[in-house]
Design a protein around this ligand. Sequence first.
Ligand code: PAF
Length: 269
Amino acid sequence: MRAWRRGHSGSAGFVPTMGYLHEGHLALVRRSCEENLHTVVSIFVNPAQFGPGEDFERYPRDEVRDLELLRECGVDAVYLPSAAEMYPHGYQTVVDVQRVARPLEGSARPGHFRGVTTVVLKLLNAVEPDRAYFGRKDAQQLRVVQRMVRDLDMAVEVVPCEIVREPDGLAMSSRNVYLSPEQRAAAPVLYRALCAARESYSAGERDANALRGLVGDLIYPTPGAEIEYISLADDRELDEIEGVITRPALLSLVVRFGQTRLLDNVELG
Ligand code: PAF
């Protein structure tokens, strides 16, 4: 990968993925193609960011289709390292972002962000891009990666990109494929609830508990939906806000349908 990069001077954009690409990924890829001379995409289902009992083994994969989609987008290179290349025998180094990685997904999935930041750093070291593109759907991941890049003085610009949604509002995710037809039909309630809270915020509601409650009340009656968390937190450090919202905030949630965890969020202010 590094040899390829050294042979291709000029700006490079990078989109790290775990494959099974959808329009959300392709929006990042297209933006990178617009903003850079070269675009590199990685496909690597990173074992280090899955906990015991999570879906690493059954995570959806379709490399042939992914490569075809990337070719159609005009991507210059696709990096497909193996797990043995990424974590060879004797491997023992991790990157562990602290405060912003601790709540929410960090607490629900211990070790997850350590796996993400470690692999993202390794991928960035291999690709040496000028810009790296991350979706806002994984809102905490974006903030954790931004923190790592600032703290470790990394020479890359992290470019946040808008969430891409299905026509009914469901945020695109490779894991949506796990949903049964009934679960898929019910899943847009997440975004409806977040939008209702955002409207209430725009109309002047600043009580964090009231907004969390509004989201919960809309989702709770949905058959098959189990709320894992609803968070209204400071947009930068993700400290939960109690009482009145006085600064930009992130309203995020995880709702489980069976074994499938769906994440979504909206930014307030
Ligand atoms: O968002 C993802 O798909 C993954 O967490 C990433 C950034 C590719 C690291 O494995």
